[in-house]
Design a binder for this molecule. Structure first.
Ligand SMILES: [Zn+2]
Length: 288
């Protein structure tokens, strides 16, 4: 097992604690278009606002972007995520959107995911590695799952907050998906598996990271409800997050790939993940 495991994380997920990161490089078979997917594609095709971002995401690339619905799974309560197919014959990007959601949510989730693709085109890292654990540990242990989820949380943190602002500028209301994200986070916190004592400190740092990232999103909910949900596991959770806020501020000030990368490094340090998470920066072609 290579100690320097590389995961391609064309992440773009909206993750909740205790869920597994969808970091997939898959050769996907063309799925049969079910009714839900047909409806999804219909909504996207009929939305001028989404079509505009889709054009921006596809322009100048050889990738074609397609949309499919994904079945809602309480164990991995993603609202949306994106995978990239590097298959030699057909390069493509698939945006997965939760099924059975309203037209408004489809537009919001599709736009959110598309803006991740735009950011990646502008040089946002799509690869990360976890030098302190082996591939096997990462894929089979609780600790590995936490590190993997922390990696996705870190790499999405500032992009998500930036995307909220981009969406607001285009007339979307990102608070709607963030409120749903918050609800999923609270639900996941209530039922999450309690980590074994030896990895508790790591898990706690991970949850603080996720909560911090949720707190800097465009929102109309109170973070205290999230902490309440974690009380049975850790009554000190709110303190962890305010420690991060003291170091980093209560809002994301970054507004492009470069400044968000700098902010991400500061966040990684403050959250206690230096050395555990490294990412490949396309702008410099360096692992940082
Ligand atoms: Zn996102």
């Amino acid at each position: 097992m290579s100690k320097y495991a590389v995961i391609l994380m064309f992440v773009l997920l909206i993750a909740s604690p205790s869920t597994r990161a969808q970091t997939v490089v898959a050769t996907e078979k063309r799925p049969i278009v079910d009714e839900e997917t047909a409806r999804l594609r219909n909504v996207i095709a009929g939305s001028k606002k989404v079509q505009k971002i889709l054009k921006q995401a596809e322009s100048g690339t050889e990738y074609r972007i397609s949309f499919v619905t994904t079945k809602y799974d309480p164990a991995s309560p993603y609202q949306g995520y994106t995978t990239i197919n590097e298959g030699s014959d057909k390069k493509g990007i698939t945006v997965h959107i939760a099924g059975s959601v309203s037209r408004e949510l489809i537009e919001l989730l599709a736009s959110h995911e598309l803006f991740h693709i735009v950011l990646q085109k502008q040089g946002w890292p799509s690869q990360a590695q976890n030098p302190l654990i082996s591939d096997q540990e990462r894929d089979t242990t609780f600790q590995g799952a936490v590190v993997k989820d922390a990696t996705a949380a870190l790499m999405n943190c500032y992009p998500d907050a930036l995307i909220d602002r981009w969406m607001s500028q285009r007339g979307f209301t990102p608070k709607v998906i963030n409120r749903r994200e918050y609800q999923l986070t609270v639900d996941a916190a209530k039922t999450s598996e309690i980590p074994p004592p030896q990895i508790f400190p790591l898990w706690r740092r991970y949850v603080a990271l996720v909560n911090y990232c949720l707190s800097i999103r465009a929102r109309d909910f109170e973070m205290k409800d999230v902490f309440k949900a974690y009380e049975r596991v850790d009554p000190e959770m709110a303190g962890d997050q305010s420690a991060l806020e003291q170091k980093l501020g209560t809002r994301s000030g970054c507004n492009n790939v470069r400044s968000c990368l700098e902010a991400t490094k500061k966040l990684r340090h403050a959250a206690g993940f230096d050395g555990q998470i490294k990412f490949l920066t396309p702008l410099t072609n360096k692992w940082e």
